[in-house]
Design a protein around this ligand. Structure first.
Ligand code: ATP
Ligand code: MG
Length: 234
């Protein structure tokens, strides 16, 4: 008798990379505390691409900031790769972010006095990557910017700047890429090029993606779409 052992394809996994339970985020404001996130539960499996949609002010960016460890939950837990972020020190959070999380915002946030290459290589050097320069160069080549290594951000087009930001986000080989309206500042054609690159790099690296977008067609390129309304998952 033959014993047939079947295993799922490598890209399919049930490992939970991000687990959010009972997440509340309340911030003080002059008119009194603002309840931004109001009881969120979310699981993101390793390798998944999750599109996040919802009205302006619903809490999408706030969720991203908490997952990035840039904002602390008021209550509830956030676990990343089995480690509870809500209990970690600032230093430990910064290390986790450096090693596991890439972030791309609508604004490119490149350092204006550093070349494209330095914008990608310096964070790698800070993270202790030994071949930082070579890795940065390879990452910039993969976004089609091998001929722009020594340009300053001010000497690059918006699309090129966002491609540098993409190269910077992917270069540390993060497990999770958080993207917040990454093409919001770009014209349609340029935005499509950047998005195609983002999805291609994610595909190639197996990076888990959370993509915030107002564009339903973009969200539909993800394997799952969640809707946020009033600080909750609708
Ligand atoms: N630091 C803060 N202090 C007070 N209120 C804040 C603060 N940060 C965010 N908010 C409020 O929290 C709500 C959610 O903001 P958030 O930026 O997460 O929305 P969003 O879904 O990303 O919206 P958009 O689609 O416009 O980017 C908004 O009402 C916003 O004004
Ligand atoms: Mg936002």
């Amino acid at each position: 008798m033959d014993i047939i052992v079947t295993s799922p394809p490598a890209s399919v996994t049930t490992e939970t990379l991000v687990q959010v339970r009972g997440l509340f985020l309340t911030v003080p404001a002059s008119a009194g505390p603002v309840n931004i996130l109001r009881g969120m539960d979310l699981d993101i499996a390793a390798g998944e691409a999750v599109g996040v949609v919802g009205p302006s002010g619903s809490g999408k960016t706030s969720l991203l900031m908490v997952l990035a460890g840039l904002e602390r939950a008021t209550s509830g837990t956030v676990t990343m790769a089995g480690r509870e972020m809500t209990r970690m020190s600032e230093d430990a959070l910064a290390k986790l972010r450096r090693e596991q999380v890439g972030i791309v915002f609508q604004a490119f946030f490149l350092i204006p006095t550093m070349t494209a290459l330095e914008n990608v290589s310096v964070p790698l050097e800070l993270a202790g990557v030994t071949d930082a320069r070579q890795r940065a160069e390879a990452s910039l080549r993969s976004v089609g910017l091998g001929h722009r290594l020594t340009h300053l951000p001010g000497q690059l087009s918006g699309g090129e700047q966002q491609r540098v930001a993409l190269a910077r986000a992917f270069a540390p080989r993060p497990r999770l890429l958080l993207a917040d309206e990454p093409t919001g500042n770009l014209d349609r054609a340029t935005g499509e090029t950047v998005m195609d690159l983002l999805f291609a790099m994610r595909e190639q690296s197996g990076t888990t993606l959370m993509l915030i977008t107002h564009d339903p067609a973009l969200a539909a390129r993800c394997s799952r779409v969640i809707r946020i309304a009033d600080g909750r998952i609708a």
